[in-house]
Design a protein around this ligand. Structure first.
Ligand code: HEM
Length: 372
């Protein structure tokens, strides 16, 4: 089974080939936990992640009798299936509890309420710590989060958890572009692993940071975006394609023929209007409309079953984006999307921002070692 490298300049799970399954958890640190206890947890998580990344259990699956096994066992003999575990820190970790108030990066200040944020649920947003587990096998991703929660049970509590059942983006040129739950190819114009210059310019924190410990890291935005699936499914195909600015079957721009054809926002139709509508998703989200800002999208399709109040599908996109500064990139693009025609069919219901520290260098290194 394929494995993804664990040690490196950057954490895995960002420009890594996007795996098909996600389990994402946010944790809060319990009351009265000391800085030393928090550090010990981050070191234990690092050790566990290094084992999981090569398909090993976090400890013996069978152990001396009379004690519970160290690893919960459900991924035993499954292999890693490209598992990546990515750990991040929320704004609330930098309050006075752990002596970190002068280590808080300016770029981690809360995003606040954006133009479309009328329905954000704080109980499924934010958190002191986050862990993103991605794998080709959903059970392997779940096992990672479950064992992180178990290792941390005296130090942290789970705040929220989100499962994603299928990737809704592509992060390498080697993978095909998948489709989101609106049936459109998603991830065509994404930042790809084969463009390290773009990743350096847009994804990885560099010398511009006010906190040296963040160099080589990134900022993660998650947004749970509920789709109004039944309304979407009754919209006609011409309108659906106008909303995105792309053809549904091929993913090609309305001004082209093949998926990766360049966009032509100036091209006019017979009636004098531009072929790609000015309020379409791809025009508003495009770097040309956002001062060159780009983001690395790595979202997943999700479903929570049905909304029992209305009997409708509770499903959508668990949007994930990485960038070197979410205020200048994600928030700028999101504010442009305030005019997006797609907004009629979607509602963001969670919003989170986390600082993703750089990768771990070798055995013994741990998340936040250079921060404390
Ligand atoms: C492009 C779907 C939310 C940023 C696209 C495309 C689709 C799509 C189908 C065209 C294919 C591609 O290039 O990937 C959706 C859906 C969303 C959603 C269904 C919500 C449920 C967002 C949000 C942002 C965003 C919240 C950022 C704030 C972008 C960007 C592009 C894009 C930057 C590429 C534009 C370009 O340069 O051509 N999206 N998107 N999207 N989307 Fe979204």
């Amino acid at each position: 089974h394929a494995t993804e490298p664990f040690y490196g300049t950057h954490q895995a799970g960002i420009v890594t080939y996007q795996q098909n399954s996600l389990v994402f958890a946010a944790f809060d640190v319990k009351d009265a936990v000391t800085t030393a206890q928090l550090q010990a947890l981050l070191a234990r998580w690092a050790a566990a992640a290094s084992l999981l990344a090569v398909g090993k259990p976090v400890g013996p699956v069978t152990t001396r009798s009379g004690a519970p096994p160290a690893d919960t066992g459900e991924a035993f003999d499954l292999g890693a299936h490209r598992l990546t575990v990515t750990v991040g820190f929320g704004t609330t970790l930098f309050d006075d509890r752990f002596g970190l108030s002068d280590k808080m990066p300016a770029a981690l200040r809360p995003l606040g309420q954006l133009a479309v944020d009328t329905s954000i649920d704080p109980t499924i947003s934010g958190g002191d710590l986050c862990v993103q587990a991605c794998s080709e096998d959903p059970q392997v991703a779940f096992h990672a989060i479950r064992n992180f929660a178990r290792i941390g049970r005296n130090v942290v509590t789970l705040r929220w958890l989100q499962e994603g059942f299928g990737r809704a983006s592509a992060t390498t040129n080697s993978q095909t572009t998948p489709r989101n739950l609106m049936g459109f190819k998603d991830g065509t114009a994404n930042i790809k692993a084969e463009d390290p210059k773009v990743a350096d310019a847009q994804v990885w924190v560099g010398d511009e940071t006010d906190q040296a410990w963040m160099k080589g890291g990134s900022y993660l935005v998650t947004r749970k975006i509920r789709m109004h699936i039944e309304a979407w499914d009754s919209d006609d195909i011409t309108d659906q394609q106008q909303i995105f600015g792309r053809y549904k079957d091929s993913g090609a721009p309305l001004t082209g023929e093949a998926e990766f054809d360049t966009l032509d926002f100036a091209k006019k139709a017979g009636d004098g209007a531009t072929v790609i509508n000015r309020f379409s998703h791809i025009r508003l989200a495009h770097p040309d409309n956002n001062g060159g800002a780009q983001i690395l999208r790595r979202g997943y399709n999700y479903t929570d079953g049905i909304d029992t109040r209305t009997g409708t599908l509770a499903a959508g996109l668990f949007f994930i984006a990485f960038q070197k500064n979410a205020h200048e990139q994600f928030a700028r693009i999101q504010n442009s999307l305030a005019q997006d025609r797609l907004n009629e069919y979607i509602t963001p219901i969670s919003s989170s921002l986390f600082a993703i520290p750089p990768g771990l260098s070798k055995i013994g290194d741990w998340y936040g070692k250079t921060m404390f």
